[in-house]
Design a binder for this molecule. Structure first.
Ligand code: ADP
Length: 434
């Protein structure tokens, strides 16, 4: 309605001019509307200058009272505010998406049509050694040069991911890489670190192979004897020889049984929750272990016992029995006749409890010590079999120790002897009253 107001003002000044012209002189009559137009022109000029100043920074509120500009600036400013809000919202949404992509444990790289890098998240920098913004625009295949991956990318069809081994800062990692198309001929590369899963898979495969190997030997011997017994006529074999065959078969069956029992013990330890806090009477437990060890030794060794009678533990009696007995029977098995075995069960000044089995046996070379608790690891396979070992005793003992927050200590010197210890923290110790 600005034009109406202007028209009214013009009519008013023209009327005043006419009146003044008829009352005074015509010159005075003309000068009144001229003066009014002059004042209006100055006002318009100032308004245009204020609008021009505002146009330099249209984010601020527009100037008020700028005449005809009021009608233009108000809707323009409203429009600008709305656009700015939309822009902010889009920016926030984009930032959220980028933050989400950055938080992904998988690596994500966006690539253009020619496999040039547009963007990647932090995990991609770690997995693939990319650097942004430095590598933006570089060809991915020049940076990830593993031949299998290059062939996979160039095949143009990626229904399945591919496993590749990448070396990053001297460490070899196994990555599962998958390419996909998106948008307008763009590509997405996703990579997942599967090193741990691969390791577990290898361990599982080795374990199955080891178990099969361990069981196959006694099974072959057993089958051989059974075939001989089946194929040989009754009267072709003497009773004494038959007895010998049967006792050898029994020995092999016992060996298989020992392996299966140890495997079950390990599997129970791995699958059941940690040892509960029930009080285990260690004096009684050690007394039973002592009887077994002395029976196994059959008087071939000299034993020394240093047992703190009131020193008990919080844990599982069954598990502790197996750990304590494993160390003790190993000492008997790997100490030649006439050797000494000393057993200690005592607490130190800090309240921690220590079970130690010291023998003067064959000892172990330093290079074997870190591997002794691996399943089926033996220093001397033949010797272990000869003494009825399964190769699982120390693996079980290590597990039991871990479940009781204890450490397994091994000190040994070939031909001199070994000391195996279980070291329990003070929190696991319980003192029997009286
Ligand atoms: P095994 O059933 O073969 O004894 P373990 O897991 O108990 O299996 O022990 C692993 C290996 O550690 C044994 O085969 C043996 O070579 C070595 N070892 C264990 N205890 C002793 C010891 N007291 N003295 C010498 N060697 C030992």
């Amino acid at each position: 309605m600005f034009w109406l107001r202007t028209l009214l003002w013009c009519a008013l000044w023209a009327t005043l001019g006419l009146l003044a012209g008829s009352v005074f002189t015509p010159a005075i009559g003309w000068s009144i509307p001229c003066l009014a137009f002059f004042v209006m022109l100055i006002g318009r000029g100032r308004s245009v200058a204020r609008v021009a100043r505002w146009a330099q920074d249209p984010g601020t509120a527009p100037p008020a009272d700028v005449g005809a500009w009021d009608d233009v600036l108000a809707p323009l400013y409203r429009y600008l505010r709305m656009q700015s809000r939309v822009l902010h919202e889009s920016h926030d949404a984009l930032q959220n998406m980028v933050a989400g992509a950055q938080a992904l444990p998988d690596a994500v790289v966006t690539l253009n049509n020619g496999f040039q890098i547009d963007w990647c998240n932090r995990t991609a920098m770690r997995h693939l050694g990319l650097r942004l913004p430095y590598d933006r625009g570089s060809k991915l295949l020049n940076l990830v040069r593993v031949p299998d991956f290059v062939a996979y990318a160039q095949s143009g069809e990626w229904p399945e991911p591919i496993l590749v081994r990448l070396s990053n800062s001297g460490q070899e990692r196994v990555m599962m890489l998958q390419l996909a198309r998106y948008g307008q001929n763009q590509h997405l590369l996703i990579s997942r670190d599967v090193t741990q899963i691969e390791k577990l898979e290898t361990t599982r495969r080795d374990f199955v192979a080891n178990v099969s190997h361990e069981l196959r030997t006694p099974l072959t011997v057993l089958t051989g004897f059974l075939e001989t017994l089946r194929d040989m006529p009754q009267d072709a074999m003497q009773a004494e020889q038959r007895e010998q065959y049967i006792s050898m078969m029994y020995e092999q069956a016992q060996r298989m049984q020992a392996i299966v029992e140890d495997l079950l013990a390990l599997s129970t330890l791995e699958s059941s929750p940690g040892a509960g806090p029930s009080i285990v009477n260690m004096s009684e437990l050690l007394q039973r272990a002592r009887q077994q060890a002395e029976a196994l030794s059959g008087g071939r060794h000299a034993f020394e016992w240093h047992i703190d009678q009131g020193l008990d533990l919080l844990g599982s009696a069954g598990e502790l029995t197996s750990a304590v007995s494993n160390l003790l029977t190993n000492a008997v098995r790997y100490t030649p006749d006439g050797g000494k075995i000393a057993v200690y069960w005592e607490a130190d000044e800090e309240g921690s409890a220590h079970y130690r089995v010291q023998d003067t046996g064959i000892g172990i070379a330093a290079r074997h010590i870190p591997r002794l608790t691996e399943r089926f690891y033996r220093v001397d396979r033949g010797r272990s079999r000869a003494v009825g070992g399964t190769g699982l005793g120390l693996a079980i003992t290590k597990h039991v120790a871990m479940r009781h927050d204890a450490g397994l200590g091994i000190e040994s010197e070939p031909c001199k002897g070994s000391t195996f210890s279980l070291n329990f923290p003070a929190e696991r110790v319980s003192r029997a009253q009286g």
